[in-house]
Every structure is written in C-alpha cells, then in structure tokens.
Design a binder for this molecule. Structure first.
Ligand code: MF3
Ligand code: CO
Ligand code: CO
Length: 299
C-alpha cells in the first residue's frame, strides 16, 4: 500500500496485549497498580494511539480461512502460468475462483482499481493492471491476491517464473523471497516495526539490491489497509512495539537496480525508474505470545 499519514482511534474490547485471549477490560486493564503489568498497559495505549485494531482468536480464525483461499488461488494461478497467456487471463482465473468460493476479490473497484488482482511483470514493481499483455519465456510475474471471506481480508503474493528464468530473474526472485523471510523472522512481542524493515534492508542491500520505499506492508483483516504501516527499510528498535493480536502484511518490493520508481499515467502501475527487474513476496501474519504465525503460510 501507498504510505499515508497517521491517525487515532480506541477500544477497551480489544484483546489484551498480554496475549491471554481475554478482552483488555477483563484482563490487564484493571490489574491493581503495582501487581498489574503496567508495561502492557503502555503497549496497549500505544496500539490505541496508532489506531491499531488488535484481533481476537475468532478474528484470527476468520482471516486464516480467507488466507487459505488466497493460497489456493495462488496455487491455481501458478499451474496456469506459461509463455503465451495474457495477464488478463490470470485476472479471469482469480476472479472466477474467488466468487466460486463465496468470497470477494478485494482489489476490484478498490479506490477505482479496475481488476480483481494485481499482475506485475518484470520491471513493474506492483499494481500492474491485467491486460492483453502476453507473458513470454524468461519473464517474472508477481500475482497479488487479496480475498474477503465472511468479512475478513487476507493478502498474499508471490513472484513466479514464466518458462525458464535467466540469471537476473533468478537473483531478484531469490532475494525478494529471502527478504520476506528475514522480515518475518523478526516478528515477536517486544521487537518493533523498525526491526522488520531493518532486517530486510540489511539483507537486500547486502545482496546489491534496493528496497522500494513508497509502498509498505500494512495492518489487515477487518479492512484492506489498516494501521500500522510496515516499511521494508528502517532502524533496529525504532517504531511501534509488536503486541500479540496485531495482524499485518510484510511485502518487500526489491529492485535489482536502483530503488526509485515511476507511476504510469494509469495512476496505478509502478515501474522501476531504471527499468531493472523488481520482485515481491507477501504474507499476512499475526503476532503471537512468543513469535508469529502466518495466516497465508508458504515456504
Ligand atoms: N494487494 C496490494 C497490497 O499488498 C494492494 C493492491 S491495491 C489494488 O497491499 F487496488 F491495486 F488492488
Ligand atoms: Co498487502
Ligand atoms: Co497484496
């Protein structure tokens, strides 16, 4: 998602940040001063301040179901990808499969987006609009699927090879995939949003690649794009502290060349300014009591 400005909102009914699964008001909120985990109160106040809607167990199960559908959709698409197909045929597959499973493709009509999935080829960083463009041998193609099932949103993407990849394609897809893993490995209570971006940036730049700044991971579940923003660059220990019940995406966009981008006249398609290849992987994850769990898990 595109970076946006911060805002504020509240709820005593949100899950307790201690990870008990109880509502905050039934748990740590009323602990007697001194014996109560004041530190947790501070964390929860922080979540409120940043308008983060913590998820209860029932919500997490709902998002997980939506996530299963997203993964099934990506698997279906992967099987159809070959030289000669158009990116619009991927849109048709995603659209029909989503409806058939009783879900809604979140991208369709989202802020005027005209299709049901984003399909981003080669130098397209993200938000590629499905079209009559034909995939050719050696291309890389990112397919980003977000489904709404029973009101819950899950968001995940992968970059696929079309036919046989060359060395540059192999390199950027490997680095983007590994970047997601490095980011996910930082997720546990006590670490911060900044730790995630720091790990990704350090790794990707160490491989001679660059990290896109204009698009970030995001809270997700009740809505497509919630607070917090999750940059894929940053500093150790900086930013909001992670709390059990937070659900957000990590979705690093990594360029083989420079980090700068251009948005095309369609107002959606983002391409690398230098024309270099760009790849991305995304999962929706929940912070647990001692780490994280992916709600759209793949290797
Ligand atoms: N799925 C994208 C993300 O990861 C958002 C796409 S917005 C759309 O945040 F409108 F282009 F679909
Ligand atoms: Co996303
Ligand atoms: Co996405």
């Amino acid at each position: 998602m595109m970076m946006y400005k911060k805002s504020v909102k509240v709820s005593r009914n949100a899950p307790c940040p201690c990870g008990s699964g109880l509502k905050y008001k039934k748990c740590c909120l009323n602990s007697p001063k001194g014996s109560g985990p004041d530190q947790l109160k501070k964390l929860y106040a922080n979540a409120k301040k940043y308008n983060i809607r913590l998820k209860q167990q029932v919500d997490i199960e709902g998002i997980r179901k939506a996530g299963c559908l997203v993964l099934d959709t990506l698997d279906l698409v992967e099987n159809e990808i070959r030289p000669g197909i158009t990116t619009d045929s991927i849109n048709t597959i995603v659209h029909e499969f989503t409806l058939k499973n009783g879900a809604i493709p979140a991208p369709l009509n989202y802020k005027g987006y005209p299709k049901s999935v984003c399909v981003s080829v080669n130098e397209v960083i993200c938000h590629g609009i499905p079209s009559e463009r034909v995939l050719k041998d050696g291309d890389i193609v990112n397919v980003d699927v977000t489904s709404i099932l029973n009101g819950y949103y899950a968001d995940a993407n992968k970059t696929f090879f079309v036919g046989s990849p060359g060395p540059d394609a192999r390199k950027i897809v490997h680095v983007a995939h590994e970047s997601l893993r490095k980011g996910m490995a930082m997720v546990k209570p006590g670490n911060t949003i900044g730790d995630i971006g720091w790990a990704i940036q350090k790794y990707a730049e160490g491989e001679g690649c660059s990290v896109v700044r204009e698009f970030v991971g995001h809270g997700v579940g009740f809505d497509f794009h919630e607070s917090p923003q999750v940059p894929h660059y940053g500093s150790r220990g900086k930013g909001i502290e992670l709390i059990p019940g937070m659900v957000f995406t990590i979705e690093p966009m990594i360029n083989l060349g420079k980090k700068e981008l251009i948005i095309l006249d369609d107002q959606w398609t983002a391409i690398t300014a230098d024309g270099s290849l760009s790849a991305q992987f995304e999962q929706t994850i929940v912070v647990t009591g001692n780490g994280y769990e992916s709600l759209t898990p793949y290797e």
